[in-house]
Unconditional design. Structure first.
Length: 446
């Protein structure tokens, strides 16, 4: 039995009491059967949108009336309540042009993408599953509702949704569905980049993301063709036992499922094929590849209209991923000053994963990374000075000493460097004395 949360039960009760049949439907039923907490609960009902609006009054927000959707506000967030519908004609491999309302739950379930997403559950806890979703879920199979070619032709986003459900839920794609995914992949070219971005984020953070990417690089290549040259690219380099794509997938699988980290690992070597040279011994080198990879990553993320915070973080981590691990207090302090705690911790996670995906003889950097993390923890615990704001003197102090113009900023930055390097204590008197001494030197030299 699945526990429907109280606010959702209340919505079902209000609808049923008013004489309209109502069910929980789609992803929430699937997740509840799997014992995963659903992202959101959706309700479908025979009630028409205007009836839903009237029943829920102030709490009803008409978020998609044209498609029969009303959002009902509850203590636990908004619940989408949608009138049973069948889809009208599709155009351009995108969402349907029109929808028609129906009284048939089965018709509504038939318009849904995959059998595991096409189940409904009523207040009594009875499952309505005319398409065999429960059996597929139990067998771990992702299967289109109806003819896969037709369903992907109607709405090509389903191709990518299928891969992300596979990555998130660890399902195996039914062979007919899998063949149709490959066959119809080019239709994804008609899908709005924002919709692709939403699904791609869920795909890369799935537990089985690496397996899915390994099996479907051709699909990713429709919107990110830059990925394709990585596949099978021989590195000819003793640090590596895998080609660039296999290395990428091993590294991606080795970081926790956070969007920024997974995307960084997916793109960290994207520029390698453009930077390859072989030396006289036939060994491969990739001079300047982090900068090239960061450039391509930025272009690829912009193309999907990624939010700028995610984009900037990924570009930065890709650009930094091949730098040496800082091993000293000054080294870690400078990295912390440049990246901030969150991105420095992410960078260390990226380096850990990248190193774990190298040839077995070269996986010895883990200890170095542990050390860098220990130094970072210590610096943070001490409240060590890594920014101008934490410095024991201010610009005003330096003006009082007779400095002016850009010299003030330069002197502050030089003091910060000296403090981070351990050459000066972060104490007002010592810092002022250092500036006075410096000035005396400059004056006598001048
Ligand atoms: P999540 O856990 O990410 O919310 P979900 O399966 O609930 O996954 P939603 O996008 O919330 O996905 O959609 C809810 C339901 O609507 C799906 O389970 C599916 O039944 C149906 N659906 C959504 N998008 C499509 C689509 N493009 N084509 C057909 N049915 C769809
Ligand atoms: Mg959902």
């Amino acid at each position: 039995m699945v526990d429907i949360p109280a606010p959702v039960r209340e919505i079902l009760e209000i609808l049923e009491t008013a004489g309209h049949r109502a069910w929980c439907v789609g992803g929430c039923v699937r997740d509840a059967l799997l014992g995963r907490p659903p992202e959101d609960w959706d309700v479908t009902t025979a009630a028409r949108p205007e009836e839903i609006m009237a029943l829920f009054g102030d709490r009803a927000v008409p978020t998609g009336l044209r498609h029969g959707t009303v959002t009902v506000r509850t203590a636990a967030g908004g619940v989408e309540v949608t009138t049973l519908r069948r889809d009208g004609t599709y155009r351009d491999h995108r969402r349907p042009e029109s929808v028609e309302f129906t009284d048939s739950l089965e018709e509504d379930l038939r318009r849904r993408d995959f059998t595991v997403n096409a189940m409904a559950m009523d207040l009594a806890g009875d499952l309505h599953d005319p398409l065999g979703g429960r059996a597929d879920l139990a067998a771990g199979i992702l299967r289109c509702v109806g003819d896969p070619d037709r369903r992907f032709d109607e709405d090509a986003l389903r191709i990518l949704r299928g891969l992300r459900f596979t990555a998130q839920l660890g399902l195996a794609v039914d062979p007919d569905t899998a063949a149709a995914i490959h066959r119809n992949r080019a239709l994804l070219g008609d899908i709005a980049p924002e919709r692709i971005w939403t699904e791609l984020k869920k795909l890369v953070t799935g537990d089985r993301a690496a397996e899915v990417l390994r099996a479907y690089p051709d699909v990713i290549g429709v919107f990110w063709p830059e990925v394709l040259p990585m596949v099978g690219f021989d590195q000819r380099n003793r640090h590596h036992c895998y080609d660039v794509w296999e290395h990428t997938l091993h590294a991606l699988a080795a970081v926790r499922p956070e969007t920024e980290l997974r995307l960084t690992l997916l793109l960290h070597d994207i520029g390698k094929p453009n930077c390859f040279t072989a030396d006289e011994k036939g060994q491969g080198h990739f001079y300047g590849h982090p900068a090239e990879s960061a450039r391509l990553a930025g272009e690829m993320l912009s193309r999907l209209r990624a939010d700028s915070a995610t984009r900037e973080t990924v570009i930065r981590l890709v650009a930094w991923h091949d730098k040496n691990i800082p091993r000293t207090r000054p080294g870690v302090a400078h990295a912390l000053a440049a990246l901030g705690e969150q991105d420095l911790r992410r960078l260390l996670a990226v380096k850990r994963a990248d190193n774990l995906a190298q040839a077995p003889d070269y996986r010895f950097m883990q200890g170095e990374i542990d050390k860098a993390e220990a130094i970072l923890d210590q610096l943070l615990a001490e409240g060590a000075c890594v920014s101008l704001g934490q410095l024991g003197v201010t610009g005003r102090d330096l003006l009082a000493l007779g400095l002016s113009g850009p010299a003030v900023g330069q002197a502050l930055r030089a003091l910060l460097d000296a403090v981070m390097d351990g050459d000066l204590p972060n104490e007002r008197q010592a810092l002022l004395a250092a500036v006075r001494g410096q000035r005396a030197e400059t004056l006598s030299a001048g």
